[in-house]
Design a protein around this ligand. Structure first.
Ligand code: ATP
Ligand code: MG
Length: 413
């Protein structure tokens, strides 16, 4: 990234690392995107580097690919109007770095650093960084109103960074909440997913009390009282964190299920929740499956019930779901076996996970003269017998049972 700065400076332009890149660098967090702002115009940037991509030239952004690194280089600019909540309606290029910093959302995102490491910090971002505080640049009500996405960015950044929100900024976020109605569901969905994969327990006390969930697309507002319940259990957050699996996507799903269960929402709410914010179907299904596990586990009694339940499930979902069941039903008598232990026992001894694991397949069925839809029926009947514990998942035993099934079918006509 230094090389990009050096090339721009060498050509007589002003150039700085800006925004989240400076913030994360000062915090010692991994920097995951590289943003440079410069006085050079997009066509000048494109002329200076061999490999560039015209990412958003109208808005001043050129992607420079250098030494395997991708750097977004954006011309210093002013902007106005975010009527689609995503891109400004109008931008003007400027030579004024401070004007460019002034249009940014939070003070910790409104710092710049030059090639020599000199910090340009006109809005007190460094002090806020040290105080671990998110503060809007300028008048919070105006800044959060002109682009309501900043409200959700504020919630998400506070959760990711473990920062508090400065009271005036929080008041602005609250007052402007209704403007979230104008933000596209895709952008809302992205910020919500990032919130759910971060440590949202940290923001829960004020997030649960605020109006933001109410103005999100339906059915998200229904989760509000669930969040209030969770906020009341903040002291159990570390137990919840311990059950949360690794991986960003898994955390999104477990968090969403936790919010749903706390709000007494059935598993079928997962699909509408996901669609409302344009989440991929795959995520909606995973949330529903996990919510289903949490709902069903406490209803299971005995071996046959557990085996049928585990058939076609994801073992990781079952482990996480059982841990969630324990977390949601505290105060069980001592000496009671936890759902996690119970699930562990059945997971270890499950005889069959999928129809394809059956020691008897379609070819075997054909050899016994079974045809058409009967093949599926036979396989299912054999699987049921294995799951009931009536027969072991062994080829010869299953062939024998299949023969009897065929005879029975014939005698039934
Ligand atoms: P992250 O990269 O972790 O999502 P970020 O703050 O870097 O966080 P980016 O989307 O990479 O977010 O944006 C880079 C910078 O652009 C921000 O740090 C901020 O200065 C500015 N910015 C982004 N979105 C907005 C917005 N909606 N309003 C004002 N400034 C914004
Ligand atoms: Mg960034």
């Amino acid at each position: 990234m230094a090389e990009v700065l050096a090339v721009l400076e060498g050509a007589g332009h002003s150039a700085h690392v800006v925004g989240g890149t400076v913030r994360d660098h000062l915090l010692g967090r991994p920097v995951h995107d590289f943003d440079i702002a410069t006085s050079a115009r997009p066509e000048e940037v494109m002329a200076l580097f061999d490999h560039t991509i015209a990412t958003g030239v109208r808005h001043g952004t050129v992607t420079v690919v250098l030494g395997g690194l991708t750097v977004e280089v954006t011309t210093y600019r002013l902007e106005s109007g975010y009527s689609d909540g995503r891109r400004p309606d109008c931008v003007w290029f400027t030579d004024d770095l401070v004007a460019d910093l002034a249009r940014r959302d939070f003070t910790v995102n409104a710092m710049a650093m030059d090639l020599r490491g000199r910090l340009i910090d006109p809005f007190g971002g460094r002090a806020d960084l040290l105080a671990r505080r998110l503060r809007a640049v300028g008048d919070p009500r105006q800044r959060l109103g002109e682009d309501a996405l900043r409200i959700l960015r504020g919630v998400r950044l506070a959760a990711e960074l473990g920062f508090a929100i400065e009271p005036g900024t929080l008041a602005g976020m609250t007052e402007q909440a209704a403007r979230l109605l104008g933000i596209s569901r895709e952008r809302i969905g992205q910020e919500l997913a990032r919130l759910l994969q971060a440590d949202w327990w940290h923001v829960l006390p004020w997030f649960a009390a605020g109006p933001w969930l109410e103005v999100l697309p339906s059915p998200w507002p229904r989760l509000r009282h669930g969040l209030a319940r969770l906020a009341a259990r903040a002291d159990e957050a570390s137990a919840w964190r311990a059950l949360c699996p690794d991986g960003a996507e898994a955390r999104v799903c477990v968090s969403a299920v936790t919010w749903m269960v706390a709000a007494d929402e059935p598993p079928d709410t997962a699909g509408p929740l996901a669609r409302a914010v344009a989440w991929p179907n795959r995520r909606g299904r995973r949330v529903r499956d996990l919510a289903d596990v949490v709902r069903l586990i406490p209803t299971l009694h005995g071996a046959a019930a557990w085996r049928r339940f585990l058939f076609r499930r994801d073992p990781d979902d079952v482990r996480t779901g059982a841990a969630l069941c324990d977390w949601f039903s505290p105060g069980k008598a001592p000496n009671t076996v936890s759902w996690a232990e119970t699930a562990h026992r059945w997971l270890r001894t499950q005889p069959l996970w999928h129809l394809t694991d059956l020691a008897f397949d379609g070819q075997d069925a054909l050899r016994l003269g079974v045809r058409g839809p009967d093949v599926g029926k036979l396989l299912q009947a054999l699987a049921d017998a294995v799951l009931q514990g009536e027969v072991a998942n062994e080829h010869l035993a299953l062939c024998e049972l299949a023969r009897r099934w065929v005879q029975g079918k014939h005698s039934r006509g």
